[in-house]
Each structure stands twice: as structure tokens, then as C-alpha cells.
Design a binder for this molecule. Structure first.
Ligand SMILES: C[S@@+](CC[C@H](N)C(=O)[O-])C[C@H]1O[C@@H](n2cnc3c(N)ncnc32)[C@H](O)[C@@H]1O
Length: 214
């Protein structure tokens, strides 16, 4: 696992986290709370877990969580958050462009899994779909617009629409049902307390229960 980590991706994200104190709020992302809050907790995979706000929240709801990031510093902070919250999480370090956690999960969550360094996002999200257990859910939340304080805030940045994300997953309609496809707005808060309305792209697809022929 760790020996496969190399290259710009790890350098960029390690630099991002090491260069400052805690980056994110530690709170779970609102769409995840909205979607997973009504699900029966089973096994969950958090891809690009960062400092662990979502993973800890899921574990507190009773999910058995595996959480993955490329940055060792982010994972250390996430493990500290989990210890403070008194929950156990299986943290794994992967560059998802190279290696992917083993197993099948009832919930696979990718929250703002964007990267300014080269990242085969569509391919990784297709692997995420393959990791969804029978009748499980894949939830992808991404930016549709970047907050003014974000490193993503460049005039020409274009984020894929939910429809484009869904199309790139290339899922069979016989095996998957789309449960959410939309662009909700939320009020985001920046590192200095500033706020702005930002738009998210949300895709939630459920793998249908496998039916064997009689
Ligand atoms: C924008 S942050 C989102 C963090 C978290 N999901 C959240 O919503 O707060 C993207 C995260 O994905 C991770 N990441 C980016 N590229 C990755 C890769 N190739 N493999 C694993 N993690 C990656 C980064 O280290 C970072 O923690």
C-alpha cells in the first residue's frame, strides 16, 4: 500500500495539509448527513476522507467505516479526531489512482474528491461503483462552483455536471437505480469566517439486489 505511494499527488496533498493546521471544519458534509442519516448503518467506504469529519460522523451513527486518503498527515488528523470521538475506523493510505481498498461496502462516499494535480477521477469513481455491495449506495458529491477562497477558484474551471458524472460511471440501468441527481446550493464558510453560496453536484446511485435466474 504505502510503498506504492509516490509522485506529485502525495506531495501536493501532504504539502496542503502540512503547510497549515486543521484545514476542514471536522463536521460531516451536509449532503452525506442528509443521505446517510436515513440509512441503516452497515459498512461504509469514505474516499478522500481528508481530516475525517465524514468518517467520524458515520462511525458515530454506527457504520463500520474504512476511510482512505493519499495524505498521511490528513489520516493522522482523522485518526486523532476518531480517537477523540471514541470511534474505531479502518484508515488506509492509498493513492486511488494506483491502489484501491479491498472489499464491498454498503455505502461508498466520495465527497469533493477533486484534485488540482492529475487525477483519473472518472476511473476512480468507476472503481468506487465496483466497490458497492448488492443493494448498496454510491454517493458522489462534488463542486459545481468553487468558493472564492478555494484553490479551485479559477475563472476557467469547469466542473463536470451530475449528468456527466453519471454518464462517466457507465452503469447498467438494469443493475443500478439513480436516487439523486442534482445541484443543491449551500452556504459555505471559508477559513477566515467569510461565507458564500456555493453549488454542489450530487449523484447517488443504488446497486440493485442481484437476482439469480430460477
Ligand atoms: C477537497 S479534499 C476533500 C476532503 C473531504 N472529503 C471533505 O469533504 O472534507 C480532497 C481529498 O482527497 C484526497 N485525495 C486527492 N487525490 C487523491 C488520491 N489520488 N488518492 C487518495 N486521496 C486523494 C486529498 O488528500 C484530500 O484529502
Amino acid at each position: 500500500m504505502t510503498d506504492e505511494l509516490h509522485g506529485e499527488t502525495e506531495q501536493f496533498w501532504e504539502g496542503h495539509y502540512r503547510g497549515q493546521g486543521r484545514v476542514w471544519s471536522g463536521r460531516a458534509n451536509p449532503v452525506l448527513v442528509d443521505v446517510a442519516g436515513s440509512l441503516r448503518p452497515r459498512t461504509a467506504l469514505d474516499l478522500g476522507c481528508g481530516e475525517g469529519g465524514d468518517a467520524v460522523w458515520l462511525a458515530q451513527q454506527g457504520w463500520r467505516v474504512t476511510a482512505v486518503d493519499v495524505s498521511a498527515t490528513a489520516l493522522d488528523r482523522a485518526a486523532t479526531l476518531a480517537a477523540e470521538a471514541g470511534v474505531r475506523i479502518d484508515f488506509q493510505q492509498h493513492d486511488l489512482a494506483r491502489t484501491f481498498p479491498e472489499g464491498a461496502f454498503d455505502l461508498v462516499s466520495a465527497q469533493y474528491l477533486h484534485s488540482p494535480v492529475e487525477f483519473p477521477r472518472d476511473r476512480v469513481l468507476r472503481m468506487a461503483a465496483r466497490a458497492v455491495a448488492s443493494s448498496g449506495l454510491l454517493l458522489i458529491v462534488g463542486h459545481a462552483s468553487a468558493a472564492p477562497w478555494s484553490w479551485n477558484h479559477k475563472p476557467h474551471t469547469r466542473f463536470p455536471t451530475p449528468e456527466e458524472v453519471l454518464a462517466a460511471l457507465d452503469l447498467s440501468p438494469w443493475q443500478w437505480r439513480t436516487e439523486r441527481l442534482g445541484t443543491p446550493e449551500r452556504l459555505g464558510t471559508g477559513p477566515n469566517g467569510e461565507s458564500a453560496t456555493v453549488t454542489d453536484n450530487v449523484v447517488a446511485v443504488r446497486r440493485l439486489v442481484r437476482r439469480w435466474p430460477d
